[in-house]
Design a protein around this ligand. Structure first.
Ligand SMILES: NC(=O)C1=CN([C@@H]2O[C@H](COP(=O)(O)OP(=O)(O)OC[C@H]3O[C@@H](n4cnc5c(N)ncnc54)[C@H](O)[C@@H]3O)[C@@H](O)[C@H]2O)C=CC1
Ligand SMILES: O=C(O)C(=O)COP(=O)(O)O
Length: 604
């Protein structure tokens, strides 16, 4: 007798009427297909792949999107085709917190602080924050992630606008354009006072060689400048391709005549220009900032200007926006300022509005946003290939947890991916998140999605270890099998225990459809759609017919039936896929069949 069979014998009586206690209720609608054992599962209605779906559209109602800052018309039009759109600008933090509990998505630019209180006030309804621009320093990403709220941005549509504004400020500063303009308008004509400096032949240090930085570099080369760049993460060959040398931070500071800032504001870049770093600069350096005010210690900049270390500065961004009217920095006569206009061109605003509207609508529709900031970004091709495996992963998690007696005690999850693909050619983040979702959602009120899966698992003390088994053969499909094992648990269906005592289920994708292929040590084959009844019995003739008749009499449509057995006439597990939920009475009749030792009903 195998270990599983032995366990079955002891657990059999207590598990006889194991009815699913789960709250998950998304049953497939009743199929119009005839009740026969040979129905192909691909004929059944398919579930949509849902990674971060909003609650409102689950009920069929239109979602509500709050647009809290001016967004280009084309973007608003796009949103209105899909949702109720509330364009309310200049909200106080209190007004925003009140409104947000009625919204599924929020769209902001740089002027709205989306802090923890916003997510708390939304009470779980807010599913997407769209940042209509690049910098997401005004959004509390950890709070968003904790609350399972996806944050997306529009990272490309304003790149050129920001780069052009950087160049505009560079040239305007070097030639005192704004000061001279104000002077002429005040009735003066001071040609000697506003003599500038030339750009050609000067060294420009681009700090942050990303999208904007590299476009600034390209344009500055066109103006005849020597361009160097500092960026700890940028590839040297990309810089070389446009004739730029990547240098260290200190070398950039000490050799530059002009410094242009293009890194994001992060804890690491906060106040990276400060008293100490200004002291390393060439005397008379000129600084342009179209990144974020916070990357400069503004008081230190005033000191550096007064000390003559910095000859001039041109600033589009400030630590606090708008800055105080009497700000020494803003009022400094050698400082040129604009009110955060980097992204403000007609073209960029139109582009950004469309980019963010598409991302937000896509996310509310459950699509994986390619501009997600707090969730794995997976390309459309990879996602298309992984789609059935993502469904398989969630269903295996859902099945495994339902096989555990008192499911909430689960702490250890082992996932094994068997694949002929090289390790770095298989992105398991999505699969892990979906297994986590499948395990946690049936036993809690937490809504798990791709955004908060790892965080939620950690919070609940769920340790998920992943293992790869490298198979021989051609890696046409990304995966052969996924196995989910829950360790140190008791099962309500003892035959689901592996030899090592874990609850174990294995599945694979066949013809694009996820299948359950193993329960404990028993090989089965049932498509993962609808619900499943697992019965353990001594293998004998007539079992399929007996169970089939009970289900048929109760008008429960069977879509699949298989029997996995250790050996003929020994222990067997029968897996029955059903389209409808059988009544308790029907389940009891199955449990009362003398040969049935234990059974369990599992909802997908
Ligand atoms: N003033 C405005 O209206 C606008 C401002 N921006 C700001 O410009 C900045 C850059 O935007 P993109 O180029 O689109 O972003 P990006 O992500 O393409 O580039 C940022 C670059 O900074 C680099 N970086 C990170 N830490 C660094 C460090 N410590 N030192 C040097 N480089 C570092 C990164 O490796 C990356 O290459 C962002 O802060 C964004 O918010 C962007 C658009 C408009
Ligand atoms: O995209 C960015 O990072 C910007 O700074 C642009 O900000 P804005 O959308 O104009 O408030």
């Amino acid at each position: 007798m195998s270990a599983a069979a032995a366990a079955t014998a002891t657990a059999a009586s207590s598990a006889k009427l194991a009815v699913n206690p789960l709250k998950h209720s998304s049953l497939l609608s009743k199929s119009s297909l005839p009740s026969a054992f040979s129905i192909r599962s691909r004929d059944l209605p398919r579930k949509k792949l849902t990674l971060v779906k909003c609650t409102a559209s689950r009920d069929g109602a239109k979602p509500t999107i709050l647009v809290a800052e001016k967004l280009g018309e084309a973007g608003v039009n796009l949103l209105e085709k899909f949702a109720n759109v509330d364009c309310s600008y200049n909200l106080t933090p209190e007004e925003l917190n009140t409104k947000i509990s009625l919204c599924d998505a929020l769209i902001v630019r740089s002027g709205t602080k989306v802090g923890r209180e916003v997510f708390e006030s939304s009470r779980g309804r807010l599913k997407v924050v769209g940042r209509a621009g690049v910098g997401i320093d005004n959004v509390d990403l950890s709070a968003a992630t904790e609350f399972g709220c996806l944050v997306v941005n529009a990272p490309t549509a304003n790149t050129i606008a920001a780069a052009e504004h950087g160049i505009a400020l560079l040239a305007a500063m070097a030639r005192n354009v704004s000061q001279a303009d104000a002077s002429v308008k005040a009735g003066e004509w001071k040609r000697n006072k506003y003599v500038g400096v030339s750009l050609v032949g000067k060294t420009l240090a681009v700090m942050g060689f990303g999208k904007v930085g590299s476009e600034v570099a390209r344009r500055a080369k066109g103006l005849g400048m020597r361009v160097i760049a500092h960026d700890p993460y940028a590839p040297a060959d990309r810089a070389h391709a446009i004739g730029v040398d990547l240098v260290s931070f200190d070398e950039a500071l000490s050799t530059a005549d002009f410094i242009s800032l293009h890194m994001p504001l992060t804890p690491a870049t906060s106040k990276m220009l400060n008293d100490e770093t200004f002291a390393k600069m060439k005397k008379g350096v000129r600084i342009v900032n179209v990144a974020r005010g916070g990357v400069i210690d503004e008081d230190a900049l005033v000191r550096a200007l007064d000390a003559g270390i910095v000859a001039q500065a041109a600033l589009d961004v400030f630590t606090k926006e708008p800055p105080a009217k009497d700000s020494k920095l803003v009022q400094h006569e050698r400082v040129t300022v604009t009110p955060h206009l980097g992204a403000s061109t007609m073209e960029a605003q139109e582009g950004v509005a469309i980019e963010i509207a598409e991302a937000v609508v896509g996310a509310l529709n459950g699509e994986l946003a390619s501009t997600a900031v707090n969730a794995p970004m997976v390309s459309a091709e990879v996602l298309a290939e992984l789609k059935p495996y993502v469904v398989l992963a969630e269903q295996l998690g859902r099945l495994a947890i339902q096989l555990v007696a008192g499911g909430s005690g689960v702490k250890n999850v082992k996932v094994t991916y068997a694949s002929a693909r090289a390790t770095d050619d298989l992105d398991t983040r999505l699969l892990r998140a979906m297994i986590t979702k499948g395990i946690i959602e049936p036993i809690s009120d937490v809504y798990v999605n791709l955004v908060n899966a790892d965080y939620t698992a950690k919070q609940r003390g769920l340790r998920i270890s992943e293992e790869r088994v490298l198979l021989d053969g051609s890696p046409e499909s990304p995966l052969e099998t996924i196995t989910v094992q829950l360790g140190n648990v008791e099962s309500k269906f003892a035959s689901a225990l592996s030899e090592s005592g874990d609850v174990k289920v294995e599945g694979r994708v066949k013809d694009g459809i996820p299948h359950l292929t193993k329960v404990g040590s028993f090989e089965v084959d049932v498509s993962l759609e609808g619900s499943i009844i697992l019965c353990s019995q001594v293998d004998q003739p007539g079992m399929i017919g007996t169970v089939g008749s009970i289900l048929g009499e109760s008008n429960v449509n069977v879509n699949f039936m298989t029997v996995g057995r250790i050996a003929p006439r020994k222990q067997a597990v029968m897996a029955i896929g059903v389209d409808e939920m059988p009544s308790n009475e029907t389940l009891k009749k199955i449990g009362d069949i003398p040969a049935v030792e234990e059974f369990v009903f599992l909802k997908l």
